[in-house]
Design a binder for this molecule. Structure first.
Ligand SMILES: [Zn+2]
Length: 190
């Protein structure tokens, strides 16, 4: 089943659950994004469906709730989108704004990938396959993004722009669901 996603002039997507993150700002020079970055995340790690990721992206993670949270609750991070295991799409940052998802990063010789990228988090871990519902939403979302933003021509993984520091989306992510002749992107990640 396909979903038709559309964007308003600010870069908010519909249909999506909207939970605004304070961890966003303007893109330098209001540059239009050219790179899509795929991530995975789950909080607590390998536990799905809870509020942890939303709490992290809205600066509401409770350090006392889980031992893992104590080490990350101080972070000020976000992504534009989270796709739940169920296929639910949550948007935290409009795509014309800069989300804080990539950290120290470099793509094709250019640093600070947040300046020129869109970040999509898939609820998951490096060593577990993603769901069919996630791939379906990712495909349709990427298609809509490319229509809204013709500047968006490349896709990569977080591990490719922050090697040695990040490992997501991990070996279980199937790039052939996103890249290929009938898919939103024609080029392999680089
Ligand atoms: Zn990541």
């Amino acid at each position: 089943m396909h979903t038709t996603f559309v964007f308003d002039s600010a870069g908010w997507c519909q249909p999506a659950t909207r939970i605004a993150s304070p961890n966003q700002d303007d893109r330098p020079g209001n540059e239009l994004p050219s790179l899509l970055v795929i991530h995975n995340i789950s909080l607590p790690p390998k536990q799905y469906g809870g509020p942890g990721v939303i709490e992290l992206f809205t600066n509401q993670l409770d350090a006392n709730e889980h031992p893992y949270y104590a080490g990350i609750c101080h972070l000020r991070v976000s992504a534009h989108f989270l796709i739940r295991r169920t296929g639910e799409l949550i948007q935290f940052v409009p795509v014309l704004k800069r989300a804080w998802h990539a950290g120290v990063s470099q793509w094709q010789g250019r640093e600070r990938c947040n300046d020129f990228s869109i970040g999509i988090e898939l609820e998951g871990t490096d060593d577990e396959v993603f769901t069919a519902a996630q791939y379906a939403v990712l495909h349709d979302l990427a298609t809509a993004l490319r229509t809204f933003l013709p500047s968006l021509t490349a896709v990569t993984g977080h591990s490719d722009i922050a090697p040695g520091r990040k490992t997501d989306p991990g070996p279980c992510f199937d790039w052939t669901r996103l890249v290929g002749p009938t898919h939103p992107f024609s080029q392999e990640p680089s």
